[in-house]
Design a protein around this ligand. Structure first.
Ligand code: FES
Ligand code: FES
Length: 215
């Protein structure tokens, strides 16, 4: 028998049993967990369609990285926090679902990364979009969330604390969207999104979305 894979997802511990050591994270997400929002394009680490975000505790802080799940072994995420595109609207850590009434939850479903993609028309056929959204989310966590006022609960946590200490949060303060993060330069956006390919839309609206997230 194989050791279970343990990680944090949507603020809760998850344990996956019986996963063979040679299976990729993408295979497990799509085939075992039904998370088909994470796409397979090239299957070789070149296109970014399979991008997910991992949170790893180092020095008492969470460090976020966007990774290609097609070339990442599933067991390698043991002990980490994991976000797929399905999680952005449901993770209590990054969406104020806790005490917010249903009408408010409906109104705040999109994460700033998703909202910026919509506003900038960053998606056409949509196949690359989950990967871009996750790369944007990783960028948001590294460059924008740490600069936000702590009272603003509508954005992701600043990265303090190990994954297993993360707890759901919400409440009235979570409804304040009027906060501003670090400016995202065009160069930074290009660098952060360099692992994602799009065959339809072109990169200008997606780079626009990256910059708009911080405004
Ligand atoms: Fe993973 Fe292309 S499917 S990088
Ligand atoms: Fe079609 Fe990017 S929107 S591949």
């Amino acid at each position: 028998t194989h050791r279970p894979i343990r990680f944090i997802r949507r603020g809760q511990p998850v344990a996956l049993h019986g996963v063979a050591p040679d299976r990729t994270l993408l295979e497990v997400l799509r085939e075992d967990l039904g998370c088909t929002g994470t796409k397979e394009g090239c299957g070789e680490g070149d296109c970014g369609a399979c991008t997910v975000v991992l949170g790893e505790e180092r020095g008492g802080k969470l460090h976020y990285s966007a990774v290609n799940s097609c070339i990442r072994l599933a067991h390698s995420v043991d002990g980490m926090a994991l976000w797929t595109v399905e999680d952005l609207a449901e993770d209590p850590l990054i969406q104020p679902v806790g005490d917010a009434p249903a009408a408010v939850r409906q109104a705040i479903t999109l994460h700033p990364a998703q909202e910026a993609m919509v506003q900038c028309h960053g998606s056409q056929c949509g196949f690359c979009t989950p990967g871009f959204v996750m790369s944007l989310f990783g960028m948001y966590q590294r460059h924008i969330a740490p600069t936000l006022p702590t009272a603003c609960g509508s954005h992701p946590p600043s990265g303090e604390g190990p994954p297993d200490s993360l707890a759901p949060r919400g409440g009235p303060s979570a409804l304040d969207h009027a906060c501003h993060g670090e400016p995202i330069t065009r160069e930074l956006a290009q660098e952060e999104l360099s692992g994602n390919l799009c065959r339809c839309t072109g990169y200008r609206p997606i780079l626009d979305a990256a910059q708009q997230m911080a405004s």
